[in-house]
Ligand binder design. Structure first.
Ligand SMILES: [Zn+2]
Length: 176
């Protein structure tokens, strides 16, 4: 991942009015969990990850996660972002006493998708139908094509529950 994946107008969508130490919220589309989202050149990405990488941050296989020190998912201020491990993320979360229900990863590498992204995990739109899939390592596992995004999102949830137990974020978390 490099700056080729940063849209030229990226920073114009970040609200930096608060000054260098404030949170810089992403002003366009948000993910259901609060992360800024964008699509560019066929890639779908989280705004904070683009902000991190385009300001010189480096993600490596042993530190593939972009973590927020401010716990503000839409924040794109590189001073509040750092690379870390899944364990760092879990530790941060514990420190901040996040609820289990909101637990999820800050992890995001850009993945080439087919079709247009939707607000749901593992669902992309293709023509008038919706494609459900999940990622297993480097592979994308195709589940099926559905008439509505919600059906596809439920199918994707069911598939990852079977494949990963409760370990992956769900579109429709089951209350414990
Ligand atoms: Zn922040």
């Amino acid at each position: 991942m490099n700056t080729d994946t940063t849209p030229p107008d990226f920073w114009s969508h970040v609200d930096v009015a608060g000054g260098p130490d404030a949170c810089w919220p992403w002003m366009l589309r948000r993910h259901v969990r609060g992360y800024g989202r964008l699509s560019y050149k066929g890639f779908r990405a989280y705004a904070h990850v683009v902000a991190f990488v385009s300001s010189g941050g480096v993600l490596t296989p042993d530190r593939p996660w972009v973590l927020h020190s401010c716990d503000n998912p839409c924040c794109c201020n590189p001073r509040h972002l750092r690379a870390g491990t899944p364990k760092d993320n879990a530790d941060d979360r514990e420190k901040r006493c996040r609820s289990k229900k909101r637990a999820r990863s800050d992890f995001s590498l850009m993945v080439k998708r087919s079709g247009t992204s939707t607000p749901y995990f593992g669902v992309s739109a293709r023509g008038k139908r919706f494609r459900a899939y999940f990622n297993a390592g480097r592979n994308q596992v195709f589940i099926g094509t559905f008439d509505t995004a919600i059906e596809a999102a439920h199918a994707r949830d069911a598939a990852v529950m079977i494949e990963y137990g409760g370990k992956m974020a769900l579109n429709f978390p089951v209350p414990k």
